[in-house]
Design a protein around this ligand. Structure first.
Ligand SMILES: [Zn+2]
Length: 305
């Protein structure tokens, strides 16, 4: 289905083609001078308020150097940081829950970039916090935007990313350190089975903490994705800033040796007509809020060790 923007692009294209002899020159001209792209940050900031499961050690950021060096005449900052693989915006490697499948350093880059397919379930989640994306949601997307493209990166947009970094809101529980009480939107196994059986996708993701509806239990979606060596994306942010289709999503995680997952600076590019000659960068809202730095939980973790 074409919208006004598409028609405008086609009109511009035809206009420029009509004035030039060489098709190749024209296409190069259009790409260089008339098409542009927005860059959209789809990641939460890593910091002291980073969301993590209750049994993980706390985020650690230790200053190694932070001073003015009189001899070198320069300001110097260097830090050490430590965090669990599966915190905040991150990738699950297939090895996470399937023996013999690739670790993070073994997933090739070509499996980490593809056309974005954003499944908007915000209205359903508004009336049911525990909503799971269903086959019908995928069929509705295709009825509006066409067949899910090959190598797609399919991500649920439930609006849940706006709840970060408050752990009570993110895990849907006032008692969030008890994983039995977690409640948040995610995928149903039926929808993921349909996607993997009928379409060719590279990654399946969520803007909530897990691609399975509960943090505990059989985790059928994790298992099904990893069986086919497909990566999972969790804690993706800022999805309202990209369209349901026609974006390209890049998933660059740390190339962590034997990693079962890794934090990633996930971002998207969205093609547009050039207006002012500058790429626009749409940053994710800042989510480092000291209010949610939960030292009590960190103290409990060390008591249990
Ligand atoms: Zn994970």
């Amino acid at each position: 289905m074409m919208d006004g923007d598409d028609l405008q692009k086609i009109q511009h294209t035809l206009y420029y083609l009509s004035f030039n002899d060489s098709l190749e020159k024209d296409l190069t001209d259009i790409l260089q001078h008339h098409l542009d792209f927005d860059i959209v940050d789809l990641s939460h900031t890593i910091g002291p308020t980073t969301i993590r499961l209750p049994f993980y050690p706390p985020y650690n950021f230790t200053v190694i150097k932070k001073y003015f060096d009189e001899n070198l005449n320069i300001w110097i900052e260097e830090n050490w940081f430590g965090m669990a693989e599966h915190t905040n915006t991150h990738v699950d490697a297939p090895a996470h829950m399937f023996r013999g499948r690739p670790f993070m350093n073994e997933v090739p880059l070509e499996k980490m970039v593809g056309p974005g397919v954003i499944i908007d379930v915000t209205e359903k989640v508004a009336v049911n916090f525990g909503y799971g994306v269903m086959v019908d949601d995928l069929l509705n997307w295709e009825a509006q935007f066409g067949k899910i493209p090959d190598c797609a990166v399919v991500i649920m947009n439930s609006g849940w990313y706006k709840k970060y970094p408050d752990p009570e809101l993110v895990f849907g529980s006032e008692n969030w350190t008890n994983m039995q009480t977690h409640r948040f939107p995610s995928w149903t196994i039926d929808a993921v089975e349909w996607l993997l059986s009928n379409r060719h996708v590279l990654a399946v993701g969520v803007d909530s903490p897990s691609v399975d509806l509960r943090g505990l239990g059989a985790l059928p979606v994790h298992k099904r994705l990893f069986r086919d060596s497909i990566i999972a994306l969790e804690g993706v942010a800022n999805l309202d800033a990209i369209p349901p289709c026609k974006s390209t999503i890049f998933i660059p995680p740390l190339k962590l040796y034997k990693g079962s997952g890794a934090p990633a600076r996930i971002f998207a590019t969205v093609l547009k007509m050039k207006h002012d000659g500058h790429n626009q960068v749409k940053n994710a809202p800042s989510d480092v809020n000291p209010k949610f730095h939960n030292t009590r939980i960190e103290a409990e973790f060390y008591e249990h060790k």
